[in-house]
Design a protein around this ligand. Structure first.
Ligand SMILES: [Zn+2]
Length: 252
């Protein structure tokens, strides 16, 4: 049996559409976007990509107006949507280490944790103060989800196995990566926050733009190149914060 990818919804974050998702389009419109994680499974081997957001109280205290409903925590989502127990997860691959992508990671105690080395270095010491909250830096008086965790810190493209490849897609964060999974439906790329919503890849033809930028990035050039890299590799792209991915229970 080949791999399939099951979307997991760990909660809803309320953001300004034009500031976060689609730069300049939808400014002033508050939208609820999902904090998405993914289960990649062939029935024997179970891999998570990201672990989603924290509980409602912590999210509202440190980040955004947000809600994690009952049953939204990543381990409960994994059980209810995929029928997989946390202790049976062999690996967690992190697209990046922002709070809404790695909360509760320690629930997966038998997993190896994969991240790009550059992302890990920045997360452990976010040198730009506006990013302290994104990475839940200890300087704020809180403990980040990854405190004390051992990672497999990869540098550049990395083959996890024959079917799963990690590749750098910086721009949203310094060491962001995406995950390409070979499936019966072709290559599916889990884009993380390199692509927030499908509109990013539809672009803005009226203004001759091949892509519509995401609103949150550390490097505009990198973001643009990452769009290209994802488009080149993917038959299907799964964006990080688009509620339409939940229209299907699994891909394929
Ligand atoms: Zn992010």
């Amino acid at each position: 049996m080949g791999y399939r990818i099951i979307p997991l919804n760990t909660g809803t974050i309320f953001v300004d559409q034009g500031v976060y998702c689609t730069m300049g389009r939808g400014n002033g419109t508050i939208v609820g976007i999902p904090s998405t994680a993914w289960c990649v499974t062939d029935g024997t081997e179970h891999v998570l990509v990201d672990t989603g957001m924290c509980d409602t109280e912590r999210a509202n205290r440190w980040h955004h107006q947000a809600v994690q409903p009952e049953g939204g925590r990543i381990d409960l989502q994994l059980m209810s949507r995929a029928g997989i127990r946390p202790e049976d997860v062999g690996a967690v691959i992190f697209t990046h280490l922002h709070w809404d992508h790695c909360s509760n990671m320690k629930l997966f105690s038998n997993a190896r944790y994969y991240v790009q080395a550059r992302e890990l270095a920045f997360a452990l010491d976010p040198t730009l103060p506006p990013y302290y909250k994104s990475y839940e830096a200890p300087v704020l008086g809180i403990e980040p989800p990854f405190a004390g965790c051992d990672f497999v810190a990869v540098d550049g493209e990395y083959s996890y196995n024959d079917a799963i490849t990690l590749f750098p897609t910086p721009g949203h964060s310094v060491g962001h990566q995406s995950v390409a999974v070979r499936t019966a439906a072709g290559t599916i790329v889990i884009a993380g926050d390199a692509v927030f919503v499908e509109e990013n890849l539809k672009g803005d033809p009226e203004h001759l733009l091949e892509f519509l930028p995401i609103g949150r990035y550390v490097n505009y050039f990198d973001m643009w190149n990452s769009f290209k890299e994802i488009r080149k590799r993917a038959d299907i792209v799964l964006p990080g914060h688009d509620c339409r991915v939940f229209q299907r229970k699994s891909y394929p």
